[in-house]
Structures are given as C-alpha cells and as structure tokens.
Write a protein that binds this ligand. Structure first.
Ligand code: ATP
Ligand code: TPS
Ligand code: MG
Ligand code: MG
Ligand code: MG
Length: 323
C-alpha cells in the first residue's frame, strides 16, 4: 500500500452534500457555512515513524503534532479556532509524560489563541497522537493546491532541509561544530506559518501547500492539482549556510526530500509577488522566489528542475507511507 494510491482509491466520485467546497485532495477540507467557510484537517503522529524516544521528548511530541496540523490550516489560509486530540497510550507510559504532551500542545495553542474542545483516549501498544484542527476562512479565499496558473511566481518560506538535518543530528547520523540547537529546534518545534498566510487574505488567488514530505512532492501536488508545470531553479532553493557544509548528494536530498520543515510553498500572479514579499517581511520570515509556473501541454512533467543550464524532471521523492 502506498498512501497516495490508497487515498485515490477511496476518494468519492462526487460529494452528496452541496456544502463540501473541497473534500479529499488538499491540506484540509473546506465546508460552506452561511458567514464563512469552515476548514478542518486531521494529522496523526506515531511512535517509531514520526518520532522516537531518541528524537522527540513528550512535550515536543505534543507541540509538533499540533504544529503539523496548524501548518495544514496555514496552507489553506485559514484562521484556527479549536482542536481535538485522540490518543493511543501505551500501558507503560507515565502520567507525567502524558501531561507533558498536553503541555506541549497547550504552549502552541496559547500562541494561536485556540481551544482544546474534545478527543478520545485508548490504551494500546504504541503511542499515537492524532489532532483535528478546526478553523475558518473567508468565502472563496481558501488557498487550494489547484489555484496555480501559468505565469505565476513560485515561492517558499524559510529554509529547507533544516528539520531533516535536526533529525540526523538527533539520530547521530551527522555532527556539526555549530548551530546544533537550531536544527534540533527546527525538528522538534516547527513554526506553522499561520500569520503569514493570513496576511495574504486580501489576495484573490494564491496556491499553497505546506512542506511535510519535501518540496519535490509538494511542488508536484500543486502542479498535478492545477494541471500546470512548475519550473524550480536549483540555485534559488533557500538553505541554511550550515547545510552547504554537507556532501552535495545529502544537501540535494535534504532540501528536496527532507520534509517536516512545515514551511509553505506557493504560487501567486507575478503582480502580487511584491505584496507577498512585504507580508513575509512584516512577519519576519524569509521568503524566496524559487521558480515559475508554465503550461503543462508540452512538458509531460509536473516539476522541472533547472540546474547548471539543464532542465530535467524532478522526481516526486518526498516521504511516502508504504508497506
Ligand atoms: N485514510 C484517509 N481517508 C480519507 N482521506 C484521507 C486519508 N488519508 C488522507 N486523506 C486525505 O487525502 C488528502 C491528502 O492527505 P495528506 O495526508 O497527503 O495531506 P497533508 O495533510 O497535507 O499531508 P501530511 O500527512 O504530510 O500532513 C487530504 O485531503 C486528506 O484529508
Ligand atoms: C524517528 C523518525 N524517523 C523518520 C522521520 C522522518 N519522517 C517521518 S514521517 C515523515 C513525513 C511526514 O509524515 P506525514 O506525511 O505523516 O505527515 C518524515 C520525513 C521522523 N520524523 N522521525
Ligand atoms: Mg499538508
Ligand atoms: Mg496533514
Ligand atoms: Mg498524511
């Protein structure tokens, strides 16, 4: 089973409820409401897959799961309001550890002024934390993956591969002379780009996707949903200067396929790009133009990578759950 093929296989042909604006196929679902659209998404993190005892302490298991969920909300341009938690707790897990998970979530929840409104608790074999976020977005302003058009600028927030390097440091696969704490912080405590995405709410058309699997996958999802091709420029992909110290193959893998940076990749009409730059500046985040959108009629590819004067398809090699 490959998660994406599985999702395709269970997607309904049509929605019975007229209120479903967007069902399966984006970072979150959108439901029409008389005053605004409702945004909801669910994320699950599993011990041994998304974290381990060596990589993420309980406080950050909570923090990180809610952050990933808020990141999907940001990728829709939504304003979060409340969340629910479903837990599978191993028999040997202590009450103190459980409390820490909740403290991690609550720390982030306070920052975004959102409330825990429910959940479910099960005792099982392995720690599983599932968070469901609810929020709102102005009617017809949800930032769908299908909104990219030829001529758009492709942009990304922050730097890419930092979380992957943090994971490598935590797993002792890598050592660094400096900035260890920064990269570990990016892995354990990512920042959902809610405020930046909300700042774009006056723009008519923006396509957004958050970086959970790696931009090689996220860029392809925008291209596929929008029936366009994204051309990315290798020189313009933002990375932290410390990452350049690693082997070239590793740098390439981390920046395109590392994932879990929870940055936003998006496209906007060229006329709106200065506004997007201003929005990033206002929220003190880095924003980089990384490419352009073209018609997909002749390219036969979702994403093309421009590197050292050549243009080649970029394979969708981000993280995929498989068995
Ligand atoms: N088991 C499932 N049943 C129904 N819909 C699903 C299932 N798994 C995923 N989906 C839907 O498929 C779409 C893509 O899901 P995916 O998990 O890739 O998105 P995401 O939340 O942006 O990524 P990530 O899992 O990395 O956070 C979403 O609309 C999601 O709601
Ligand atoms: C211990 C450990 N090993 C590996 C990884 C890497 N990892 C796990 S899931 C995922 C993609 C996002 O998942 P999803 O698509 O479910 O949001 C990535 C990059 C990790 N975080 N911890
Ligand atoms: Mg997402
Ligand atoms: Mg998600
Ligand atoms: Mg998923």
């Amino acid at each position: 089973m490959d998660e994406f093929k599985f999702i395709d296989s269970i997607t309904q042909d049509y929605y019975r409820q007229g209120s479903v604006v967007k069902g399966i196929g984006d970072d979150a679902a959108i439901m029409r409401h008389p005053y605004h659209d409702i945004v909801t998404a669910v994320d699950t993190m599993v011990d041994g897959i998304h974290f381990s005892k060596d990589t993420v302490p309980p406080f950050y298991v909570g923090y990180r799961t809610l952050a990933a969920n808020l990141s999907d909300m940001a990728a829709m341009g939504g304003l979060p309001t409340a969340y629910m938690i479903s837990l599978v707790v191993p028999k040997d897990y202590s009450n103190d550890e459980l409390k820490e998970i909740y403290q991690g979530m609550d720390t982030l929840a306070r920052d975004y002024h959102i409330d825990l409104i429910g959940g479910d608790t099960v005792i099982g074999d392995q720690l599983v934390v599932t968070v469901t976020i609810f929020g709102t977005v102005e009617k017809n302003r949800a930032r769908l993956r299908s909104h990219a058009k030829p001529g758009d600028v492709v942009f990304v927030t922050g730097t890419l591969g930092d979380s992957r390097l943090g994971l490598a440091l935590l797993l002792n696969e890598e050592t660094l002379s400096e900035d260890q704490a920064y990269f570990i912080g990016r892995h354990q405590q990512p920042t959902p780009r809610i405020h930046f995405a909300r700042e774009l709410s006056s723009l008519k058309r923006v396509a957004l996707n958050d970086v959970s699997d790696g931009i090689s996958s996220e860029a392809a999802e925008i291209a596929k949903a929008s029936h366009v091709t994204l051309i990315l420029d290798d020189d313009m992909i933002p990375i932290h200067e410390r990452l350049e110290e690693l082997d070239e193959d590793k740098v390439t893998d981390y920046k395109y396929n590392g994932g879990e940076d929870f940055e936003l990749i998006g496209t906007v009409p060229i006329k709106d790009f200065p506004y997007v730059l201003e929005a990033a500046k206002k929220h003190q985040i880095k924003l980089s133009k990384i490419g352009t959108v073209i018609d997909d009629e002749k390219t036969n590819a979702h994403v093309l990578l421009s590197k050292q004067g050549t243009l080649k398809p970029l394979k969708k090699s981000g993280y995929t759950h498989k068995n």
